[in-house]
Design a protein around this ligand. Structure first.
Ligand code: GMT
Length: 391
């Protein structure tokens, strides 16, 4: 058995100079982790690696017509016997199957539970076939910040992290939080989220802007409208801004808090200045015509949307929780505040919006800082990690 494993490692080592076959497990729904996993896979595929996405639905930004990308759907059984469908077991079996038949070299899973825990089980099963598949786990936040507070998940999260061959987290703040909450023996590497700056430059469409605003300023918010995003704060902040600066607000995304935000906008009488656009596959064209982005979240391990806004040259008014301050630099790319500090968020927004020179300086700083998270800078960090564990 040991000989077989060593042989497989040797084969893997040889593969280093060739192109890799990489399995990526992620949530397919609207959200930063799915976006990052999909963009990572797509970029690796462009570099010639073969990338297999494994999830219960096709990731929303995945373009399957691109070369070298494949999708494997995890079917969820619907037996009356099961009160709760055992998704993790189906995922585990699917991982075993795909690794065996597609001859994957590495599995990169996004989220500790259930993805890393399923991958670790698959790894154990594959060991009985004489295969040692390396597992890279990327922590995105909710698995740590939310489930971490629920002690019933603790043993599984700890085990999945400690047994992964390599672990990354999307911000230093998330690394610190993970080490504080759990007993972690594994080094957690910082690999920040990234954007492809090419996608964001030069997509400003004046016709689109003039179809929404005339001389008013345009403010934007993007999220999945979960409670943690505090979308009602966005409406309250906009209400204060609109009293001083002629402006409109775009609310992009959908989720459980949308109806409350809509009701509040009617109550405050600003509903005619707000457009709820729902879920959009890509947001760059709306970001690029906007003047200010608002992200008043209660918790955010990174805040990928803030980075997307900055890459589009849009300064960010946000809270200072979690990893946001590593992305949105206070008084440089925007401003950061305590959670719920609506008045200060509004008055700083007004200061920026009424001073075009200042707004332009912040726009330029936002773009400059976003360059630190550009794809060509971050992608090699993942590739280096893959090489390291394959060696
Ligand atoms: O924020 C969400 O509700 C979605 C969640 C996800 O799974 O995409 O976002 C998390 O991962 C993103 C990508 O790494 C981060 O940019 C978000 O900050 C993080 N959300 C939270 O920590 C609440």
């Amino acid at each position: 058995m040991l000989e077989q494993i060593l042989w497989n490692n040797f084969i893997n080592y040889l593969q280093l100079n060739k192109k890799l076959k990489i399995g990526i497990v992620c949530y397919p729904t609207y959200g930063g982790s799915g976006v990052v996993a999909t963009e990572l896979g797509a970029s690796l595929a462009l570099k010639g690696h073969e990338v297999h996405f494994i999830s219960y639905a096709q990731p929303f930004r995945l373009n399957l017509f691109s070369k070298n990308t494949y999708f494997h759907e995890v079917n969820i059984p619907d037996y009356p016997l099961f009160e709760y469908a055992p998704y993790e077991l189906n995922l585990t079996s699917k991982l075993v199957d795909v690794v065996l038949h597609e001859k994957l070299n590495i599995l990169h899973v996004h989220y500790a539970i259930p993805h890393a825990s399923a991958a670790i089980s698959a790894k154990h099963i594959l060991n009985t076939y004489g295969i040692d598949i390396p597992i890279v786990t990327t922590l995105h936040g909710t698995d740590i910040t939310l489930f971490g507070k629920d002690s019933s998940f603790k043993p599984v999260i700890e085990y999945s992290i400690n047994k992964s061959d390599a672990v990354t987290a999307v911000s230093q703040s998330l690394i610190n939080e993970t080490n504080n909450i759990f007993n972690i023996s594994k080094k957690i590497n910082l690999v920040p989220n990234f954007i492809d700056l090419n996608l964001y430059s030069n997509c400003g469409d004046n016709n689109l802007r003039s179809s929404i605003v005339n001389d008013e300023k345009l403010i934007v918010h993007v999220s999945n409208f979960r409670k943690v995003k505090r979308v009602k704060d966005v409406i309250k902040i906009f209400n204060l801004i609109s009293k001083k600066v002629p402006s409109k607000l775009l609310m992009i995304g959908d989720g459980p808090e949308r109806i409350k935000a809509e009701k509040l906008s009617r109550k405050l009488g600003v509903n005619y200045q707000i457009k709820f656009l729902g879920k959009l596959k890509s947001v760059e064209q709306y970001l690029s015509i906007s003047d200010l982005f608002i992200l008043p979240s209660e918790s955010e391990s990174f805040g990928l949307v803030a980075l997307e806004a900055m890459a589009s040259g849009v300064p960010v008014i946000s809270t200072d929780v979690g990893g946001i301050s590593e992305v949105n630099i206070h008084n440089q790319t925007g401003f950061t505040f305590n959670v719920g500090d609506i008045n200060d968020m509004a008055s700083q927004s007004i200061n920026l919006l009424i001073d075009n020179d200042k707004l332009n300086r912040f726009k330029q700083s936002a773009i400059s800082h976003a360059k630190n998270f550009d794809l060509p800078i971050i992608l090699p960090k993942y590739e280096e990690l893959y090489s390291k564990i394959l060696k």
